[in-house]
Design a protein around this ligand. Structure first.
Ligand code: ZN
Length: 295
């Protein structure tokens, strides 16, 4: 009996050691928010362990980093950020921790929109909602992984190509589903201006009571102006966002007579279900818009 116990405990110790070794073998990567965490994971596969700072259904615009985030940046071999002014809190933390990890800007090469927000001209950071830009994200992250871990270049390249194939399939589907919406059904409302790139790609006009960032609450006068505009322009539908409280949108829908079109995933993945991956998020948004606007 005793011999068996010794045998069992040494087997347990061995398997624990093995799993520790396997985890330690993976390249530690930090991504600033859930959408980048997933894209990076798809490319890195089994070779990397990615930590996402801002989690699913959470708002990156108002995020405050934790001491664990600082530790993760110090331990990382690669840091992935969106850029275009989306994560000023990450830039500050990279500077203050003096981490040696290289930082890759996933949106590098994107032709950005600028918008006026609170009297200031700023770039629109939400570039991932156009899949043509997502292709650049995938290429930038793939090159960065290969640079820090050249031994696994073949796997990163293969994963990247398989992932791009899925993105091309969705691009073709979106061209049909969003490109052919009736002309009168192309004006909609969301809580914050996250979908400018999607709107530009498919000729859909998104309006929002909040600007590009979610940091500022709209005034009563701004909400009243939007409601008047919805009535005048015969806006088809109002959409909730997963990262935002739905009450304001509900009020706007009630007072303007616009229908509720469903929930769109803007700046974060869902914790579970179909929108819990980036391609799943795009497909979910595309199908939600199509269902509400194609009638
Ligand atoms: Zn946003």
């Amino acid at each position: 009996m005793r011999a068996l116990l010794v045998l069992f405990s040494s087997m347990l110790a061995l398997s624990l050691n093995l799993s520790t070794v396997q985890a330690a073998d993976k390249l530690p990567v930090v991504a600033s928010f859930s959408i980048l965490r997933d894209i990076t994971q798809q490319i890195g596969g089994d070779h990397i362990a990615v930590i996402g700072m801002v989690g699913p259904d959470a708002d990156a615009h108002t995020y405050e980093p934790t001491p664990d985030d600082a530790k993760a940046l110090l331990n990382a071999k690669l840091i992935v950020k969106n850029g275009l002014g989306f994560e000023p809190w990450l830039d500050r933390l990279v500077t203050s921790t003096e981490t040696k990890a290289p930082v890759v800007t996933a949106s590098k090469g994107v032709i950005s929109h600028t918008m006026v927000d609170d009297g200031e001209t700023i770039p629109d950071p939400h570039a991932w909602h156009n899949l043509a830009n997502a292709k650049l994200y995938v290429n930038n992250i793939t090159q960065a992984l290969i640079k820090v871990d050249p031994a696994n270049k073949a796997d990163y390249t293969r994963n990247s190509q398989a992932y791009l194939k899925e993105i091309y399939r969705l691009l073709a589907e979106a061209k049909v589903k969003l490109g052919n919406l009736p002309a009168g059904n192309r004006r909609i409302v969301t809580s914050h201006d996250a979908f400018g790139y999607l709107g530009q790609a498919y000729g859909i006009q998104f309006m929002a009571p909040q600007g590009l960032s979610t940091e500022r609450e709209p005034s009563a006068a701004e909400v009243a102006t939007l409601i008047t505009q919805i009535r005048k322009d015969k806006v088809k539908a109002v959409f909730m966002e997963n990262i935002k409280d739905a009450r304001l949108l509900q009020q706007i829908a009630d007072e303007s007579g616009a229908q509720i079109g469903g929930t769109l995933y803007s700046d974060a993945l869902a914790a579970e279900g179909p929108a819990s991956t980036f391609t799943g998020l795009f497909e979910y948004n595309m199908n939600t818009l199509h269902a509400a606007l194609s009638k």
